[in-house]
Design a binder for this molecule. Structure first.
Ligand code: C2E
Ligand code: CA
Ligand code: CA
Length: 511
């Protein structure tokens, strides 16, 4: 019987387990959502990068077309015709703002101003081909990207309007930090050109163009993750807490349903599976039967006869011991009342009563009903209180004890010597009987100390004028040791083990 794990079924423990189950599902959910989100984010960002590279490539393709078209003018003098040809490209090719001719570091012919000498360091061009500029002489705050088509130190410079690039960045950088990087310069989604940009914290992704020397870069920050959770894992956000709650309820319910040991005790009580067994108590001198102790057994349908140490602690803890004990008294009463005449004169029945039962006024009624059932041949009813569980001295317990005394109920101190009851305690509660614990009797003859203790206990009991029962008498040697003391009662396997009521009647009352 696994009654020792009854704490597993306690409401508080079940609640803790349910909360744990919920937290476990929630943790798994968080992991799943976080994985789902980061996968979604990465895919989404990779797509944004590919798309932005595709669009920037297309913009630069226009510049390349314009440069290719005026390829034949490289090194040509800046005549009216040349200027006209350059301007024709600006007018015709989309995104192109200026087309200029240069030789070495000198621009000598421009679509905007015609023949104009300007200087530009060719070393600033990333890959010799691209340079980001925050503006030019005409529109100083309007960013542009310069495309350079070089043939042996001479060539064409095409200015592409930064507006288009800026638009691409703005469109694709919704909820993310996306920039265009050319050499050591960057354009952000506001169209601003930076060097040494302070990158936000987070995971970086980049995609370089296959055709031009630039790359697109973006950063996934922690806050992006949270925003994306709502986009990519909305269902999971609702689902996991619901599953968590479901699992928690199931855990709580199942732990309760699989029958807590307390429920098992309740059911057993309803089905009358707790039955009394009886152990004879004999006279200390002639060893004739004088009474019996009622010892509870659980007649379990599957596990057979279960001894009390396996269920009494839980019964006491759960409070079920009270109705269980009442059931013992009722069963013994109903079985022995009708055959009261067969009992020896002054026969006593001892019941084990736990401390909590002494707060219950039904005890007096039950005792009265028990005694009344034996009017034909009155018996002594003995209530055994264990010394390990001392009863509090309150008004209620005192009035209970007084009522019981008036009815003639005897009080026995069980397991005497194992607890710490004082003389005052013994006198306060008017104890009538001392049951010397079997551990002392068991050691008789094995060590001198046990013998001394037994001597002292007997001596004390006799001086207090208490009736003495020696419990756990198993051997002839123990009987011989105890005989000179002329104790009132002896109990133990030497005389008989506890027996089922019918066997008890058969063996001890028929003779
Ligand atoms: P207890 O009240 O001290 O009962 C005596 C125990 O010693 C019984 O064990 C009995 O079978 C055993 N016994 C008797 N003679 C000998 C002997 O010569 N040698 C040995 N080794 N043992 C002997 P049981 O029936 O297993 O009961 C154990 C305990 O369970 C009882 O100890 C009592 O504390 C508790 N118990 C039993 N029935 C009830 C009950 O109806 N109510 C309550 N509250 N407790 C009960
Ligand atoms: Ca007892
Ligand atoms: Ca005992």
């Amino acid at each position: 019987m696994a009654l020792s794990v009854h704490w597993l079924y306690r409401p508080r423990f079940r609640l803790c387990l349910s909360v744990l189950a919920f937290l476990l599902v929630a943790a798994l959910g968080t992991l799943a959502i976080s994985w789902q989100t980061s996968q979604g984010l990465r895919k989404d960002h990779a797509a944004s990068l590919a798309q932005s590279v595709y669009m920037v490539d297309m913009t630069l393709d226009n510049a390349a077309v314009a440069a290719d078209t005026v390829n034949y003018l490289i090194g040509a003098p800046c005549t009216e015709e040349t200027i006209q040809a350059l301007r024709w490209q600006v007018a015709k090719v989309p995104n192109v703002r200026t087309v200029n001719l240069y030789t070495g570091d000198t621009i000598y012919c421009t679509s905007l101003f015609g023949e104009k000498i300007d200087f530009v360091s060719q070393g600033h061009y990333a890959g010799g081909q691209l340079m980001l500029m925050s503006g030019n002489a005409v529109t100083p705050n309007h960013p542009l990207i310069a495309y350079r088509h070089d043939v042996n130190g001479q060539g064409v410079l095409v200015g592409v309007d930064g507006y288009f690039l800026h638009n691409i960045l703005r469109l694709l950088s919704q909820q993310k930090f996306l920039v265009l990087k050319v050499g050591d310069q960057w354009m952000d989604n506001q169209g601003k050109i930076h060097r040494d940009l302070g990158w936000p914290k987070g995971e970086r992704m980049a995609l370089a163009s296959q055709r031009y020397p630039y790359e697109m870069r973006l950063v996934i920050s922690g806050s992006d993750h949270w925003r994306y959770i709502f986009d990519y894992a909305t269902a999971s956000l609702v689902l996991f807490p619901l599953v968590g709650l479901f699992v928690a309820f199931m855990t709580y319910g199942l732990l309760g349903r699989f029958g807590t040991p307390v429920t098992a005790l309740k059911t057993a009580l309803e089905k009358k599976q707790f039955i009394p067994w009886l152990q004879p108590v004999v006279d200390g001198t002639d060893h004739k039967i004088t009474g019996c102790e009622v010892l509870m057994r659980w007649q379990h349908p599957h596990s057979g006869l279960i001894p009390p140490y396996q269920f009494i602690p839980l019964a006491e803890e759960s409070g079920l011991i009270v109705p269980m004990t009442r059931s013992m008294m009722a069963q013994v009463r109903d079985q022995f009342g009708p055959i009261a005449a067969q009992l020896p004169k002054g026969f006593h029945f001892g019941f084990n009563i736990c401390a909590s039962h002494f707060k219950d006024l039904t005890l007096v009624e039950d005792c009265k009903a028990f005694i009344d059932a034996f009017k034909e041949n009155p018996v002594h009813l003995v209530l055994e209180l264990t010394e390990r569980e001392l009863i509090e001295q309150t008004d209620i317990t005192h009035s209970l004890f007084s009522s019981l005394r008036r009815m003639g109920v005897l009080i026995a101190m069980d397991d005497f010597g194992t607890g710490h009851s004082s003389l005052a305690y013994l006198q306060n509660f008017h104890i009538d009987i001392l049951k010397i614990d079997q551990s002392f009797i068991g050691r008789i003859g094995t060590d001198a100390l046990a013998g001394h203790i037994v001597d002292n206990v007997i001596d004390l009991a006799k001086r207090l004028r208490l009736i003495i029962v020696a419990e756990g008498v198993e051997t002839q040697a123990q009987v011989d040791y105890l005989t000179p003391y002329q104790l009132e009662f002896l109990q133990g396997y030497f005389f008989s083990k506890p027996l089922a009521p019918n066997t008890f009647i058969e063996k001890w009352l028929k003779e």
